[in-house]
Design a binder for this molecule. Structure first.
Ligand code: FAD
Length: 445
């Protein structure tokens, strides 16, 4: 059996290990454009804030591929899939080496151009195409940062924050940086702002909604987070966009849609992510926002699977097809895909968005649906003690918990999450679940 895995992030790694557990003979080829040994992507933000060393990001050793008899094809980007002939295609002569380690937005644009064709520079970019034949294929290419539209993106010190290389390059310029501008208040934008504040920079964040993390929390928790960040010096501008950057070689100033400008010597773009599927033939492999998979993580093409941030599956809390681009789901989806690829039929229950975030003195935990639609089948119970910065909100769909957000009293988060995941009906008064004394036994009575 010939297995090919595109992407050496956690979903790909998990799938490869699972396949090897059940198939010691089959050949496994992993193609990935990052060359660093497998690492914990969420922890790059901890490297930025300085609480974790960059060399502590590894989740597997450099010998991982040899140990599992995997053929690594690293530093290469897949450019297409020949579905009919069961082949994965890469450019033999890849794009300029510097693109591999690049961090500026211009570099990312170059990278995209090298995939789609077209060339802003003079170097020859295209070589012969090489194919990797497969019997079973996994697409686990994660997500790309959502690009920003603005002029002056070719200036230095404008970064995305997706890879360890991005953070390494940010760390290199930190000693000379004083003013940072962060675009976006989602998970990545927020983590970038938090990390740079921890490093002592003056940080301005531009957000579209009234508070950060609006996809993860509700307004009340969002405002508590915003207050906490503001108390520690974060400046937030709501409802303005950047229109362009200026500077001599390096970024020095950002022009905004309200006709004002902000002085900055570095910029981080954290405006969310998009599944990395530009090389996927959509006329053959069905995709919506992400690649559509069934409960076995298999696409509409038998033998072709997808997992992790690139895959779109059923969301347990929302009850719709959704991309939950989070680490634990990438791990689980990679494992389930690996099982099914190796012939062990295993079903995936669906994904659940969740996060635990520390913001100075706030611990925030959130899962599932926290901003329900105005529909009589939903019920919300909540409690707070704002003097102690405590807030809890539970969202029910009929008699089942569909989501929650908790600030600074997060101890029962594990129980609540299992109630959502296992769709357990709640028969006790819902408000009782807000009590600090609430425990699982009460549900069994
Ligand atoms: C700063 C940051 C903070 C985060 N914080 C959290 C958090 O707190 N909690 C949480 O749950 N999640 C968090 N995440 C999200 C989490 O990291 C992802 O959900 C997870 O890494 C997804 O794993 P994956 O294997 O699907 O994709 P990835 O980890 O993105 O791996 C995909 C790999 O495929 C490669 N690739 C892409 N396209 C190609 C191609 N065409 N050819 C070859 N290789 C390709 C990519 O370069 C990458 O190496 C965070 C992410 C970031 C960036």
């Amino acid at each position: 059996m010939k297995y090919v895995i595109i992407g050496n992030g956690v979903a790909g790694i998990q799938a490869a290990e699972t396949i090897r557990q059940f198939d010691s003979e089959g050949s496994i080829t992993m193609i990935g454009d990052e060359t660093f040994p497998p690492y914990c992507r969420p922890m790059i933000s901890l490297a930025l804030e300085g609480s974790v060393d960059q060399d502590k990001l590894h989740i597997r050793s450099a010998g991982f591929y040899d140990d599992l008899n995997i053929r690594p094809v690293l530093g290469k980007r897949v450019t297409g899939i020949d579905v009919d002939n069961k082949k994965v295609l890469i450019q033999e002569k890849s794009a300029r080496p510097s693109l591999q380690a690049s961090s500026t937005i211009m570099d990312l644009i170059c990278k995209l151009l090298s995939i789609f064709g077209g060339d802003p520079g003079t170097e020859p970019r295209r070589g012969s195409e090489t194919g990797f034949e497969f019997d079973k294929l996994l697409i686990a290419t994660g997500a790309d940062p959502r690009p920003v539209k603005a002029t002056g993106l070719n200036l230095k010190n404008i970064f995305y924050m997706r890879t360890e290389v991005h953070v390494r390059q940010m760390l290199e310029i930190l000693p000379g940086a004083k003013n940072a501008l962060v675009l976006g208040g989602g998970l990545v934008g927020f983590k970038a702002a938090y990390g740079l504040l921890c490093r002592g920079l003056h940080v301005t964040m531009l957000i579209r909604s009234d508070y950060p993390l609006s996809m993860q929390v509700d307004e009340k928790a969002g405002r508590m987070i915003l207050d906490q960040l503001s108390e520690h010096g974060l400046e937030v501008k709501v409802g303005v966009e950047v229109t362009g950057f200026e500077g001599i070689k390096k970024v020095e100033r950002a022009n905004l849609s309200d006709k004002t400008a902000i002085a900055c010597d570095m910029v981080v773009v954290g405006k969310g992510v998009l599944p990395a599927l530009s090389f996927v033939p959509r006329d053959k492999i069905q995709a919506d926002l992400g690649i559509l998979v069934d409960q076995h993580m298999e696409t509409n093409i038998p033998g072709i699977f997808a997992a992790g941030d690139v895959a779109q599956s059923v969301d347990i809390a929302r009850k719709i097809s959704w991309v939950n681009a989070i680490w634990p789901e990438a791990v689980e989806q990679g494992r389930i895909a690996g099982m099914n690829m190796a012939g062990r039929q295993t079903a995936y229950k669906g994904s659940l968005s969740r996060n635990v975030i520390r913001i100075f003195d706030l611990d925030v935990m959130t899962a599932g649906l926290v901003n329900p639609p105005s529909d009589p089948s939903y019920e919300v119970v909540s409690s707070d003690n704002l003097r102690l910065n405590i807030y809890r909100k539970l969202v029910f769909r009929n008699d089942k918990l569909a989501g929650f957000v908790m600030v600074n009293a997060i101890e029962q988060g594990g129980i609540l999450m299992s109630l959502i995941k296992n769709e357990i009906p709640v028969k006790i008064p819902k408000a009782a679940m807000l009590e600090p004394s609430f425990n699982y036994n009460q549900l069994m009575m």
